[in-house]
Design a protein. Structure first.
Length: 473
């Protein structure tokens, strides 16, 4: 194995750290320059902390984090779908499985309750764990609603009565359900389980993207790719993320801390970033205060427009109702198509791929962007972000144009013009990858820190602690 690492002179700790840090986000070449360094790398390989990649090119064999680092299970709970993945210690997904699950059912469909959720989750866990893999050492679940940070628990919005009726009636604990599903799937239920908001997970996936995503999720001539966005986030003191999916969510990330999960702020009750619940009448009040309100969308315009959906939302006149992914889908396709809700999304993606010339699509996206821009005026004044990252179910430059137009022409908010705004490339697995990264940072990264500090004689003990679920100092 051709192991390569460039290291400064000194103790083995910085040499170990450089080797391991180079592999945290995917395979990389490691080149030994001295006999001492070669011995160090061979020791890490012997104890299973690094390993050669089987399909590496002969002229430059790649290494990756080894089986001693374990794997993680990640789940993403959507409104109509449940996705689960087994991920390596560097964040790359090994296997991905999905199933229909109506936690928030579409029209004329019944809601799936907690027992159904547990049954489907256990089934997906089992499917992902088939075959050879390193032991699972942590689990994280991305939840598409508020997460109570004090309880590490997904919470239901009390106004979504139909959404949580079956769940709240039974006093459900999401984390407890996940542990029961783990037990049913043969996974140790005493492993760490984190519940994270889906927008926070999406931000985590962008801020800590794998090398694979940096290579493959490219932008356009006018829009940056994941690699560029990752570098922008790393250089920013405050990043505000906006996620447009079933609802309109947000994430607030501060400059990286030692535990990167603590860089994401959820507030005292988990309401940070719940942009979709901003009432439209508040947006109109902002518009009336501005000198230039031509870019704003008025409440009257929204009320008179017949192409807006009639489905029930948390509140009737909120950003979720008029600018969420579900709202955009309903505006463009009020009648169901083959394939249901996801079928309509596929058709929208096809229309976007065809490029310019779709006036209806451009108008709907631009209007949604302007509404979201109005919704962002207050939050941006409160937190003053360096960077605003928009991640949407539909990769539409018109959406970004609408947001920029409002924030740049709002004369009373001149400071907003200095902030950078970018649209992230589309990635259907972003939330799942973010949940996986959350689990990695919860369990694997602290152990790797100890590996960097520990002498060779303690490497097997650390491996045993990690795989046994023991506390790591």
């Amino acid at each position: 194995m051709n192991l390569i690492v460039k290291n400064p002179r000194g103790s083995t700790a910085p040499k170990k750290r450089e080797a391991i840090d180079k592999l945290r986000y995917g395979p990389a070449p490691l080149y030994p320059r001295t006999a001492t360094r070669k011995t160090l790398l061979e020791t890490l390989g012997k104890h299973g902390w690094i390993a050669p990649v089987a399909d590496g090119a002969e002229e430059e064999e790649l290494c990756e984090l080894g089986p001693a680092c374990g794997t993680v299970l990640a789940a993403s709970v959507g409104r109509e779908e449940l996705a689960v993945a087994l991920a390596r210690a560097d964040g790359r997904l090994i296997k991905r499985e999905t199933a229909k699950l109506y936690v928030e059912p579409p029209r004329n469909s019944s809601q799936d309750g907690p027992e159904k959720f547990k049954e489907v989750l256990a089934s997906l866990f089992r499917a992902c764990l088939e075959g050879d893999h390193a032991p699972v050492v942590a689990v994280a679940v991305a939840w598409h609603g508020r997460v109570d940070p004090s309880l590490n628990e997904g919470r239901g919005d009390p106004h979504k009565r139909s959404y949580y009726k079956a769940w709240k009636k039974e006093g459900v604990s999401l984390a407890a359900l996940v542990r029961e599903a783990m037990d049913a799937a043969g996974v140790r239920k005493d492993l760490p389980v984190d519940v994270v908001n889906d927008a926070d997970a999406g931000m985590m996936a962008l801020a800590h993207a794998t090398l694979e995503d940096r290579r493959e999720l490219k932008g356009t001539d006018d829009l940056p790719g994941v690699a560029e966005i990752q570098e922008m986030i790393a250089a920013s003191q405050v990043t505000l993320g906006v996620t447009i999916a079933g609802g309109v969510g947000g994430a607030l990330m501060f400059a990286p801390k030692a535990d990167v999960r603590r860089s994401v702020e959820r507030g005292s009750h988990g309401f940070v970033g719940e942009l979709g619940q901003i009432p439209i009448n508040v947006l109109r009040a902002d518009a009336e205060k501005a000198n230039d309100i031509d870019s704003m969308v008025s409440l009257q315009e929204l009320k008179e427009n017949k192409d807006f959906p009639k489905w029930k939302c948390t509140y009737r006149e909120t950003l979720d109702h008029y600018a969420s992914g579900r709202s955009i889908v309903e505006q463009l396709y009020p009648k169901r198509l083959d394939g249901g809700y996801n079928g309509r999304i596929r058709v929208i993606h096809e229309r976007l791929d065809m490029g310019e010339g779709d006036a209806e699509l451009q108008h709907v996206m631009d209007r949604a962007g302007r509404l979201i821009g109005q919704g962002l005026i207050g939050p941006t004044l409160m937190v003053d972000p360096d960077l605003i990252v928009i991640s949407s179910f539909a990769y539409s430059p018109d959406l970004l144009t609408g947001v920029k137009h409002v924030l740049s022409t709002s004369a009373v908010h001149v400071g907003l013009k200095k902030q950078r705004m970018v649209l992230a490339p589309g990635d259907p697995d972003r939330t799942l990858k973010g949940a996986a990264r959350w689990a990695i940072e919860a369990r694997i990264s602290p152990v790797l820190e100890e590996v960097c500090k520990t002498g060779n004689s303690g490497l097997d003990e650390l491996k045993a602690k990690l795989l046994d679920g023991a506390d790591i100092p």
